[in-house]
Design a protein around this ligand. Structure first.
Ligand code: NAP
Length: 365
């Protein structure tokens, strides 16, 4: 059953113009040929919380769009709305979100901020991170959003990020791992790692381990990692002898392997943290508008951007996993569309997860 969330009494709402969808009446066009719109006084059915009314800012949390990257679908005729946890349900909680400037990570960071959490987003560029944090503060009305800089393809930078975070925050309740890069050719990082493997997976393995003591101390706490569809990932082969894809590199292969590595890492993390109050889950984010086409050549970038304009602005499952009390205590699961899905491969998944953990620990030292 979904939780019922109401704004606490006396809560100060952010000052902003009401969005179209938050007006107390909703205009619905009825009858053939459009005709005159008919005013319909009603309690708009919030897809997430049955008792939320149109005046609840968070359910109707669709502020005026300040930035196209944050454009959200109109309420009328919109497809399923993304999960929204609100009512300051996460007040006092701290979330660290890699990839928080764009796509899936941005959506999760905003979801946590709407729920009242303090949010730290990670960007490879401080100016871009600060700008994303500023826009997110305005959109969510939550002042507790800041950006930390780290180049996640470089392990020293990952270590500095963990140190900087620990200096500023004593607790960590949600660690959301989304940062990802896409390169068309094989690139090698200063540490000698293949760039997609290092950024999308290895950095997250290292960061999580560096922050595990903080996560344990803050329990109950969550680690969530974006991956892909389980049906596709079970067919991917992770060659332990060639993790850096020295042989037969392709961007798709590298991306799929890094996504599979993340899944195996999460499964092993869940096993290792069982009973500690730290949960670890992975998920398919759905089709979410994203910045990934930016690294494609223009003739691929254009069609990719057009296709993406039909994707959702938010990752429903990502926000759900980061914020919902419904998943408290659930660990080691692969979520698709808010529900745990099976991940059964032809090989021994637990054994592969354990071997990958050992190999990764050796790589990052
Ligand atoms: N979007 C989808 O529909 C979809 C579907 C299935 C799976 N996924 C998976 O979700 C993950 C995220 O994809 P996305 O669509 O959200 O991509 P995106 O919009 O391009 O976001 C990537 C994020 O990673 C950050 N990043 C990239 N390189 C970095 C580095 N070296 N150091 C620090 N941060 C770095 C970027 O931040 P800065 O540029 O600010 O550094 C950006 O915030 C990918 O693994 C993708 O395969 C996405």
């Amino acid at each position: 059953m979904r939780p019922t969330v109401k704004s606490p009494p006396g809560r100060t709402l952010p000052a902003r113009r009401p969005s179209r969808s938050s007006r107390p009446t909703r205009t619905t066009r009825t009858g053939r040929g459009g005709g005159q719109p008919r005013q319909r006084e009603e309690q708009i059915a919030c897809p997430h919380f049955s008792s939320v009314t149109p005046s609840d800012w968070a359910c109707e949390g669709r502020p005026e769009t300040l930035d196209r990257r944050f454009a959200e679908p109109e309420l009328d005729g919109a497809p399923a709305r993304p999960y929204v946890m609100t009512g300051m349900a996460m007040k006092g909680r701290v979330c660290l979100v890699t990839g928080g400037t764009s796509g899936v990570g941005r959506s999760i960071a905003a979801g946590c901020a709407r729920a009242g959490a303090a949010v730290v987003i990670v960007s490879s560029d401080q100016t871009r991170g600060d700008e994303a944090a500023r826009v997110m503060r305005e959109l969510t009305g939550n002042p507790q959003i800041e950006a930390l800089q780290a180049d996640l393809s470089v392990m020293d930078s990952v270590r500095s990020l963990a140190d900087a975070f620990k200096k500023r925050y004593g607790e960590l309740h949600v660690l959301s791992l989304n940062a990802a890069t896409l390169t068309l050719d094989r690139r090698v990082t200063p540490d000698g790692f293949e760039s997609i493997f290092a950024t999308n997976y290895l950095s997250h393995f290292a960061l999580t381990n560096l922050l595990l003591d903080t996560l344990r101390r803050s329990a109950s706490s969550r680690v969530i990692a974006v991956s892909g569809l389980p049906g596709s990932l079970i067919r991917v082969r992770l060659d332990m002898a060639d993790l850096m894809l020295k042989n037969g590199f392709s961007p798709l292969k590298a991306t799929a392997r890094a996504a599979l590595a993340k899944v195996l890492f999460i499964l092993e993390l869940a096993r290792r943290t069982e009973g500690t109050g730290v949960s670890a889950n992975t998920f398919h984010p759905g089709l979410v508008r994203s910045g990934l086409p930016r690294s494609l050549p223009w003739f691929l970038r254009l069609p990719a951007r057009i296709a993406m304009s039909f994707f959702a602005a938010e990752s429903d499952t990502g926000v759900f996993l980061a914020t919902s009390p419904e998943v408290a205590g659930m660990t080691g699961r692969f979520f698709v569309g808010r529900k745990p899905a099976a991940f059964r491969a032809a090989y021994d998944v637990a054994d592969a997860a354990s071997r990958l953990w050992e190999a990764s620990a050796r790589l990052v030292g």
